[in-house]
Design a protein around this ligand. Structure first.
Ligand SMILES: Nc1ncnc2c1ncn2[C@@H]1O[C@H](COP(=O)(O)OP(=O)(O)OP(=O)(O)O)[C@@H](O)[C@H]1O
Length: 473
């Protein structure tokens, strides 16, 4: 078996030698070129598992080589070596198709990590069956032109280390897209860690991201890894990245640039090899404009942009997605009546695919004989652009019926002095209170409570789940 072959392109003899020695020790075959012309000759003769090029060369720029390799040798990962402090060059190279970069002075551990990532990419090309085995459950579904283009883009950028910034409305599939990138990358056998940046208390952020040493603060009884260490070798998704406080943004920028982190209470930094993907439903550039998001971090994260189109702009996908969701939710075959599908096609889905999932989950509880009818869908009238008058009327009747029950059964809840700020939330509160009362009347016997409320057991169970009503301990 032959060793993977690496091409080093650098005119500094000392650095070239250092790189050669390190890579030979890793059991790799090395070719070295001191200028672009020699590198081009080598590329014609051999297939490389990695090309590593300096940016400034006697007969041109490394970026030219990046562009040529990206266009002509699609299976060859290329990485660049950038001068100290020239973060801009790294971003330019990543945008041009480089899979990764190293900054001078070149850290040998970082070099090894990068080379291993590149080898994983090349190996991956030789074993397409692995790809097939790992990805199907994670794939973004949809046959619309937009989804097909998105999947092609994901396949391309899965081969790179470049940071990806995913934008799109809530529920449109941003996390799924990030998982998909990871699953198709050479990092798929390493962890994918998704962090909701808006959900971590500010005081704990540094410890959560970078870990801490025993005794660093009260309660730190052991050494603990943070998200960066947990994602080592794999991918870290910074979800709702716009919610990061400014102080944390500075630390994050540093960790991404240096590829090193320091645990809280530690004296030394440790190298980490993490691919960063960020996601937000907000417009990050607006956040930069408002001063709530640092421009340098924005620039660093936004090397490649991926936009998830809202579901209402890819109506072609609705039937397929609905059927896939129904198959996942129910073991028995269920179908959508043609009128129900039409109603979905008319709906604007402010909550995108997640809302479609919720609508169908609820509809399943009401459906009879394995067919979901329009009335089972209960779409939010306010968001229905071409509202079917009948559906609206049905919803008003249903809402009225619910408030009537309240009048008889829950006097405290009927004293509506103000218009509620959110009608759905208010109705949820009312419904929750009624169900709680029925359950307490029946000592939490759900079958009897369902009878009392005039609904099926399944409907009650669904409503309890939705409203987060649990049995007492
Ligand atoms: N194209 C798709 N194919 C199949 N399932 C999808 C698709 N897009 C989204 N989903 C499903 O919709 C739900 C929401 O997706 P996801 O969490 O990725 O959205 P998001 O944009 O990250 O949401 P949020 O902004 O709220 O974090 C998930 O259950 C996901 O599996």
């Amino acid at each position: 078996m032959t060793s993977p072959r690496i091409l080093i392109v650098d005119d500094e003899a000392d650095l070239r030698e250092l790189l050669e020695i390190t890579l030979v020790k890793m059991g790799l075959d090395i070719d070295s070129a001191s200028d672009l012309a020699t590198a081009r000759d080598y590329l014609k003769q051999h297939e490389y598992a990695l090309v590593l090029t300096d940016m400034r060369l006697p007969d041109g720029l490394g970026i030219e080589l990046v562009q040529e390799i990206t266009a002509q040798y699609k299976n060859t990962p290329v990485a660049v070596i950038t001068a100290f402090g020239s973060a801009d060059n790294a971003v330019v190279a990543l945008k041009a198709g480089a899979f990764d970069y190293l900054s001078k002075p070149v850290g040998l551990e970082q070099l090894r990590v990068m080379v291993r990532s590149a080898l994983r990419i090349s190996q991956f090309d030789e074993q397409p069956s692995v790809k097939v085995a790992v990805t199907p459950a994670l794939r973004l579904m949809g046959q619309s032109a937009a989804m097909q283009a998105l999947r092609a883009q994901i396949a391309r950028l899965a081969r790179s280390m470049a940071p990806v910034a995913i934008s799109g409305e809530s529920g449109s599939g941003k996390e799924l897209a990030a998982r998909d990138i990871h699953a198709q990358s050479g990092r798929s056998d390493k962890p994918f860690v998704a962090v909701n940046c808006g959900a971590i208390p500010e005081a704990l952020m540094e410890a959560e991201f970078f870990g801490y040493r025993k005794g660093a603060f009260t309660g730190a009884v052991d050494d603990r890894d943070g998200f960066f260490q947990a994602a080592n070798g794999g991918t870290l998704l910074l979800d709702e990245v716009a919610d990061l406080p400014l102080a944390m943004q500075v630390k994050l920028l540093r960790a991404i640039q240096e590829r090193r982190v320091r645990k809280v209470g530690a004296t030394v930094e440790e190298p980490v090899d993490v691919r960063i993907i960020s996601a937000t439903h907000q417009n990050l550039l607006d956040c930069v404009g408002r001063g709530t998001f640092r421009q340098d971090l924005y620039y660093r994260l936004n090397v490649i942009e991926l936009n998830l189109p809202p579901l209402r702009e890819r109506l072609d996908d609705i039937a397929l997605l609905a059927q896939a969701i129904l198959t996942r939710l129910d073991t028995e075959p269920v179908s959508l009546a043609p009128a129900a599908l039409d109603a979905l096609l008319d709906y604007s889905f402010p909550g995108n695919v997640r809302e479609l999932e919720n609508i169908l989950e609820r509809a399943l509880a009401f459906a009879n004989d394995g067919v979901i009818e329009v009335g089972d869908l209960v779409l939010k009238a306010a968001y229905t652009p071409k509202t079917v008058a009948v559906a609206e009327a049905e919803q008003s009747v249903a809402a009225l019926a619910e408030s009537k029950v309240v009048v008889q059964d829950a006097p405290a809840l009927t004293a509506i002095n103000d218009i509620p700020g959110s009608l759905p939330d208010h109705l949820d509160d009312v419904e929750r209170e009624i169900i709680r009362r029925a359950l307490s009347k029946t000592q939490f016997n759900r079958t009897q409570a369902a009878e009392l409320l005039g609904i099926s057991f399944r409907q009650l169970r669904y409503r309890m789940q939705r409203l987060d009503i649990n049995a007492p301990e």
